[in-house]
Structure formats: structure tokens, C-alpha cells
Design a protein around this ligand. Structure first.
Ligand SMILES: Nc1nc2c(ncn2[C@@H]2O[C@H](COP(=O)(O)OP(=O)(O)O)[C@@H](O)[C@H]2O)c(=O)[nH]1
Ligand SMILES: [Mg+2]
Length: 356
């Protein structure tokens, strides 16, 4: 029998009113979910009266703990999504038809992880601005980010680069590694703990699957062939997948999250740009716009070289995007709520008309 506590389940996650047995989602297919529960690896489907009603529960995602009604003869029934300790989420603008209402839902793409391995490769992929975004996303999730610079065997001299990255990722550990040679992997042992869940975040081709294989000591994930000249990889990971390494660590390999602009990262920004936000409270005027005002702490920090203009601009850009995303989600949720109200009112009107 599988003990789900080895898969990170803690008793507090199971609510008093929960029925059934707990399980964890290991992969999401179109209409079916792969799960692990005390009976082993099984498949499950959503109970529609729970998930497709107006007060719908969050659809489960990879890493979620759920309650199921176990069926030994076929697909089990998923009846509840349990509280998420951490998550990557974004507004899903595509809209799901729920009853008569097309609704905007939060789309969660991975849940209940302890560490986020933010991965960029030392040979081509390295991009400071993208790293800042990944870090904001990682902080926002509620888990602990760790930066991994991959393919160290392909990089010649990266001391300078490493310094730059360490500055951008203040407060976050930075490791350079090679899945190919094994270089730096022993430095990851602090995170590779039984029952802990690690999610891998990084562009396609950065070496996520290769790292999983190196840590597992066997080919558990398919590795893509890429052209090293431009680092363009083929997307071989087609769905998010959760698996357990031989030492009991759980990893979630994601298929690369490309639409970074759509993520809500407003809280995460404060963490990534803590060094920038220090100055903001120190201006002479509390409503300083950091443009032409006298006594602006930001401007003087830039002038003295304490704060780089590049970093300041990057901060402003991310703030702007976060504002846009937040407003857009609010608008859509608001519209969604109004639609729902209309549908309910119309239904009531119709039923009243029938009664009269
Ligand atoms: N030289 C070298 N190549 C690597 C390393 N890690 C991954 N690769 C190569 O990079 C390509 C993409 O790797 P993959 O693990 O599929 O990346 P993913 O898309 O992030 O999962 C493959 O050709 C790997 O062989 C490494 O540490 N060193
Ligand atoms: Mg992969």
C-alpha cells in the first residue's frame, strides 16, 4: 500500500467534511487524471455535479491533493480539490462553459511544491530580464525559489555572469550545474529531501528533463534533441508530470510556461525587487513619481550608481504589466459575476412567468 504522506500529504490538508480517500494528481490528460493513492497508480475523472456547477471547485492540476471515490474496476471519481499550500496560477481568459455561464477561472498549472528550480542555461538561454520574471512568479507561488544555471559544461568563463545573476537573485541561492557531467548536483542535496516537492521552471531545452534523469539515475523523462547553436528545443514534455525520485523527492517537470505576461505577480515583484523598493519609501515627497521631483531617492541612487538604470526600468516594466494583468482579471471576473447574476435573474424571471 502506498503511504501518501511520502508524497507530501499532511493531515491538515484533509478537511473535516472531506469524504473518500486522498490521492495526488500526477498528470493531467484531456478528460482524465493520473493519480497516486493508497491503492497505487490509478486514473480518475471529475465528478461533474461537483466541478460543473455555479459554485464550482477548482479543477485539479498536477501536484494537487484531491479526495476520490475509489473504483477498483475503472476510473475513480474525483470529488474534492484540497487546499493548495503553494501554486502557480494565472487567469484563464479562454473561458470555460460552466452551466450557461462562460466564466473566467483561475488556471492553476502546478500545486503543492516546496521549491521552485528556476532554470536557465549558461550557454545561450541566459536572460536577466526573464530571470526576474521567473523569480517573481516563483515568489508569488509561495514556495522557495532556487536558481539553477544549467549546462555548465558548455560555458567557458562565467564568473562575471554568475556575479550578475547573484545580484539579480538577491536572497536566492544560485547553483551552476551540469546534468551531463554531474557537476554541482551534490549542491542540490539540501532540496532533494523525501516528501518534498520540487517544480522545474524554465524554457524548453534548458535541461529540465535531463536534470530529472540525472537525479533519478535513469531515463525517466524523455530528453529533446536541440540544436545547440540557437538552443531551440522541441517541446517533448507534453503534459505536466509528477514523479518520485529514488530517494523519495517528488519532482514536477513542466512543459515550459511561455506566456509569462499573463501571470499575476504583484506580490512576487516586491520580493525580487526588494533592493529597488528600499529607495521608493525614502523620497522627499510621499507621492514622488520618480521623474522630476526634487529629493527623489530613486534618482539619486541611479545617479550615484547604487541602483542600475536597467534594473529600475525592468522594475517599472514589471509593475506596469502586473497592473495591466490585475486590471484585466478584475474586469473579466467582474463581467463574469455580472453575467452569472443575469443568468440567475433570467432563470428566476422565467420560472415566475411560468408560475403566473
Ligand atoms: N552539454 C549539456 N547538454 C545538456 C545538459 N542538460 C541538457 N542538455 C541537452 O539539452 C537538450 C535539452 O534537454 P532537455 O532535458 O530535454 O530540456 P527540457 O526541454 O528543459 O526538458 C538536450 O539535447 C540535452 O541533451 C547539460 O548539462 N550539458
Ligand atoms: Mg523536458
Amino acid at each position: 500500500m502506498v503511504d501518501l504522506t511520502n508524497y507530501g500529504l499532511t493531515p491538515d490538508l484533509i478537511q473535516q467534511n472531506s469524504i473518500g480517500i486522498p490521492a495526488r494528481i500526477t498528470a493531467v490528460h484531456k478528460e482524465r487524471y493520473a493519480l497516486i493513492c493508497e491503492q497505487g497508480e490509478i486514473y480518475g475523472q471529475l465528478k461533474s455535479s461537483v466541478y460543473y456547477t455555479d459554485s464550482a471547485q477548482d479543477f485539479p492540476t498536477t501536484g494537487d491533493f484531491v479526495m476520490i471515490k475509489y473504483n477498483p474496476d475503472g476510473d475513480s471519481q474525483i470529488i474534492q480539490t484540497l487546499h493548495r499550500r503553494t501554486k502557480f496560477s494565472r487567469s484563464d481568459y479562454s473561458g470555460h462553459a460552466v452551466g450557461y455561464v462562460k466564466t473566467v477561472r483561475e488556471q492553476v498549472v502546478a500545486a503543492n511544491f516546496d521549491y521552485v528550480f528556476v532554470m536557465q542555461s549558461l550557454n545561450h538561454d541566459l536572460n536577466v530580464r526573464r530571470l526576474e520574471r521567473y523569480l517573481a512568479l516563483a515568489w508569488q507561488s509561495g514556495a522557495m525559489p532556487v536558481v539553477l544555471l544549467t549546462k555548465a559544461d558548455l560555458a567557458e568563463d562565467y564568473e562575471e555572469l554568475l556575479k550578475k545573476i547573484e545580484k539579480v537573485a538577491a536572497g536566492v541561492k544560485v547553483h551552476s550545474i551540469s546534468a551531463k557531467t554531474g557537476y554541482g548536483l551534490e549542491g542540490l542535496s539540501n532540496y532533494l529531501l523525501p516528501g518534498k516537492t520540487i517544480v522545474f521552471l524554465g524554457s524548453s531545452g534548458v535541461g529540465k528533463s535531463s536534470l530529472v534523469n540525472a537525479l533519478a539515475g535513469s531515463e525517466v523523462m524523455q530528453v529533446s534533441n536541440i540544436r545547440e547553436e540557437d538552443s531551440r528545443g522541441r517541446h517533448t514534455t507534453t503534459h505536466r508530470q509528477l514523479l518520485m525520485l529514488p530517494n523519495g523527492t517528488i519532482v514536477i517537470d513542466t512543459p515550459g510556461m511561455r506566456e509569462l505576461g499573463m501571470w499575476e505577480v504583484s506580490d512576487g515583484i516586491g520580493e525580487v525587487f526588494a533592493d529597488v523598493e528600499i529607495y521608493i519609501g525614502n523620497c522627499k515627497f510621499s507621492d514622488c513619481k520618480h521623474e522630476t521631483e526634487p529629493g527623489c531617492a530613486v534618482k539619486s541612487a541611479i545617479e550615484s550608481g547604487e541602483l542600475s538604470l536597467e534594473r529600475w526600468e525592468s522594475y517599472l516594466k514589471m509593475k506596469q504589466e502586473a497592473k495591466f494583468t490585475a486590471e484585466r482579471s478584475f474586469f473579466l471576473r467582474d463581467k463574469d459575476a455580472r453575467n452569472k447574476k443575469n443568468v440567475i435573474q433570467n432563470r428566476q424571471k422565467k420560472s415566475n412567468e411560468r408560475k403566473h
